[in-house]
Design a protein around this ligand. Structure first.
Ligand code: HEM
Length: 777
């Protein structure tokens, strides 16, 4: 079997040269691969074991599962017969004192008392999953790294997504940067890309990181607020550090409230280097682009979900993977030859700047897929520990002053959180051998045999690897300079790219950014903070500064601090990242029913959604059997139709948990829903959050009553109508429902119009034309 599951034939052509013939997974055509000894050995290993399995097998050694056949033991292995009562000296039917002698009791409480470890100092709240990295195109022209040159490999990995500011128990959907940390278990060692969902950062030099985080986290005197930057200290800090200007424009944009971890980009942010076989070096930035497109919540929704379902993002990730709709990202690199380092008007080592794609295109060479949920949160998602300094041969650092500091910080922080032997924890352990003379320390697991624990030794035991054996060789970089605390001149431009970002957003995105800034500064109650900031905004764009000043009560600036250069770049607006093929896969769609609903329309929608791999969720007026028109409880016992049990009832969820709503007709069910304020709120709120809302038959009246907007056209006959993402069909006949042909613009039938509308993610025209704000929600 080939690593892709096809039949594999391997022949030796001449010593050291191997020929493998297999079938391409997608096209079923024959593929011939010629490889040297080492690479063919790796290829055969992944063929026999499956690369994914290498890490799974590695973890299996430390995995146990309670079953009916296993029995409770103490930590030292003795089976226990009673784990519910502490050993006591009782009288007859009288409870007496407990005995200190009870080692089992003491052990249980003692283990519980020590369950917590320090949470991460930043990025404390997170969710993760296992997956695979596959390379489609070799980048051998720029790197010798096996993972970026060997297209036959599939590399197991773990990704942890996170928010930055909140503590471990905070909500998922707060306005914040999202961490996007990837640990690739490569054959040459672990390679960690510890990135974010935004391509730039707040500061240029790592020495500022503690100040940034202190200012962003809850204020020290009262520990308020949790998990957000909407407070005096944060905005005071960014005023004092104009280098943060570009980044806070990103955090005030919709990027900071993603719809899903599966719908955000990932960026390595810092500048790394790639070194090829010829010893040439390129600067590199790493990119992950989601197959589902880049999408966000709207602020009112994000805000409400934080209370209604604080686990929204982690549940979304688990649900998609459990349903087999595996999230995928294209992996891309932007590279700049070392010789062109100074050819740009930004410094390529400055983490507050991105490399505009118009100047440095992203080359997509691989794919990251998440396909397995964790077995246990603590041992995997909590104990995984990333380090920017984890690199493999063919990849190197640059002089990016933020990266250099991070390389110290991550290794250091793992000591407080996990202890010196943290790399021996199963989730952190590489899949290749770890052999060295590092020894001892708290909680050492590995037993290293032999008489010597140093190199060189009289036995020549365990020498360092040569380059040919895969040893990491540092790039011979020439360094000369003046020892000083300073940055190069280009680091001093803090505004050009903030303008570039603002200009590149579309009208809706720009208005969201202005609203977000206004919200945040509205939460700053010290005038010096919001007044200074609104003045500062005039450096980016006068109109922006004036609008925000007006909203938050700042002094309206009269003239621009710096003229907006007016330039735009591609790849900054989320709208540039629509999925290649419109899809509703994994979209959560609520179908609201009450007794007497139209069973035909209901079933047609349900099967259309299932066929499109969406996630339909049935919401009833109660979570016990609901009967369609013509069904009733007595017909179920007489072998007739049996009703459906909803997944939730109307009070158990809110519209915020879904991407779209559908209400099938039925005169009795519509009558019930028309009298339900909660049902009305569901519909209005979904409309306000720009979601597709659909109804058939009598239920169309429900939408009319909910919106009462003449601008929204509603079906009045046998023709399906889509207007501002409101999809209706009054007279339901099977041909009117139609089939889902694809999410195409010229959709005709009701189902096709519905799916096409949901695939757009949100109906922004509704907001642009001022309709969403006319409905109370
Ligand atoms: C380019 C800028 C940065 C990015 C993209 C970034 C990203 C991340 C991410 C994704 C995590 C969470 C890792 C996980 O899921 O466990 C993290 C944690 C952390 N970061 Fe950063 N960070 C940046 C800058 C910095 C700087 C400048 C420092 C310090 C000088 C720093 C120190 C830390 C620390 C101490 C943790 C906690 C690590 C742990 O406990 O596992 N970060 N960072």
């Amino acid at each position: 079997m080939s690593p892709d599951g096809g039949r594999l034939v391997i022949k030796c052509r001449r010593p050291g040269r191997w020929r493998a013939k297999t079938q391409d997974r997608d096209t079923a055509q024959s593929v011939v691969i010629i490889l040297g000894n080492r690479k063919m050995a790796q290829y055969v290993k992944s063929a026999v074991m499956g690369s994914q399995d290498v890490k799974a097998q590695n973890l299996a050694r430390d995995t146990v599962e309670p079953t009916k056949d296993t029995r409770i033991t103490s930590d030292f292995g003795t089976k226990q017969s009673n784990t519910d009562d502490w050993l006591k000296v009782n009288g007859k039917d009288k409870t007496g004192p407990m005995l200190l002698e009870d080692g089992f009791g003491r052990e249980k409480i003692h283990r519980f008392d020590h369950e917590r470890i320090p949470e991460r100092v930043v990025h404390a709240r997170g969710a993760g999953a296992f997956g695979t990295f596959r390379l489609h195109e070799s980048a051998a022209d720029v790197t010798s790294a096996g993972i970026l040159t060997d297209t036959s490999r599939s590399t197991p990995l773990f990704v942890r997504f996170s928010t930055v500011l909140g503590s471990r128990g905070s909500a998922d959907t707060v306005r914040d940067v999202r961490g996007f940390a990837v640990k690739m278990y490569t054959d040459e060692g672990n390679w960690d890309i510890v990135g974010n969902n935004m391509p730039v950062f707040f500061i240029q030099d790592a020495i500022k990181f503690p100040d940034l985080i202190h200012a962003g986290k809850p204020e020290p005197h009262n520990e308020v607020p949790q998990a957000q930057s909407a407070h005096n200290n944060f905005w005071d800090f960014v005023y004092g550090h104009s280098e943060a200007t570009h980044m806070y424009m990103w955090t005030m944009s919709d990027r900071a409230i993603p719809r899903s971890y599966r719908m955000m980009q990932g960026f390595g942010v810092n500048t790394y280097t790639l070194i090829n076989d010829g010893g040439e070096r390129h600067f590199v930035k790493f990119h992950f682009t989601p197959e589902l497109g880049v999408h966000s919540l709207v602020w009112d929704e994000a805000f409400k979900i934080a209370g209604q379902d604080p686990d929204f993002h982690r549940k979304d990730l688990i649900e998609a993977i459990d349903n087999g709709v595996f999230p995928r990202w294209k992996f891309g690199i932007q590279t700049i030859p070392e010789s062109r380092e100074h050819d740009f008007d930004f410094d390529v080592l400055d983490a507050t700047k991105l490399w505009p794609e118009d100047l440095v295109p992203v080359r997509c060479i691989g794919e990251l897929e998440l396909n397995r949920n964790v077995d246990e949160y603590f041992t995997q998602t909590e104990q995984i520990a990333f380090c920017t300094s984890h690199i493999v041969p063919g990849i190197g650092f640059s002089d990016d002053p933020l990266l250099q500091g991070r390389n110290f910080s991550y290794l250091d922080t793992q000591l407080s959180r996990l202890g010196i032997n943290w790399q021996e924890l199963p989730i952190n352990k590489p899949v290749c051998p770890v052999m060295n003379f590092n020894r001892d320390g708290a909680m050492r697991h590995t037993t290293s045999k032999g008489k010597v624990n140093y190199w060189p030794n009289r036995f020549d035991a365990q020498p360092p690897a040569t380059e040919a054996e895969g040893g990491y060789v540092d790039y011979p970089q020439q360094v000369a300079g003046i020892k000083e605390r300073a940055r190069s001149a280009k680091f001093r431009d803090h505004v050009s790219q903030a303008q570039l970002f603002f200009n590149s957003l579309n009208e809706v995105e720009r208005s969201h950014l202005i609203a977000a800034l206004s919200f945040e500064l509205d939460h700053c109650d010290e005038a010096i903070v919001y007044e200074r900031l609104t003045q500062r905004l005039a450096d980016i764009d006068l109109g922006l500064a004036q609008t925000v000043a007006d909203m938050v009560g700042g002094k309206k600036p009269e003239k621009a601090g710096r003229q907006n250069h007016g330039r735009k770049a591609k790849g900054l607006s989320q709208a540039d990242f629509a999925p290649e093929k419109p899809t509703i896969a994994s979209r959560r769609i609520a179908i609201i029913i009450a007794d007497g609903y139209d069973g035909g329309a209901f079933k047609a929608m349900l099967s259309a959604l299932e066929a499109a791999k969406a996630t339909p969720v049935i919401i009833g007026t109660r979570r016990s059997l609901i009967f369609a028109a013509g069904e009733d409880a007595s017909s179920s016992s007489s072998g007739g139709m049996t009703g459906v049990t909803p997944d939730h009832h109307l009070e158990g969820q809110r519209s915020t948990m879904f991407d779209a709503l559908f209400i099938p007709g039925g005169s009795k069910s519509t009558e019930t829903l028309l009298k339900s304020g909660r049902a009305m709120h569901w519909v209005r709120e979904a409309f306000g959050h720009l979601k597709t809302v659909a109804a058939t038959g009598e239920a169309v009246a429900l939408l009319e009553k909910a919106f009462q907007l003449p601008g929204v056209t509603i079906s009045s006959g046998a023709e399906a109508v889509e207007s501002y993402g409101v999809v209706t069909l009054k007279d339901v006949k099977p041909e009117g429902l139609g089939e889902v042909v694809g999410a195409a613009k010229n959709a005709k039938g009701f189902l096709d119009k519905f799916v096409t509308s949901v695939a757009q993610h949100r109906c922004f025209q509704r907001e642009l034309d001022g309709l969403s704000t006319q409905v109370a929600y």
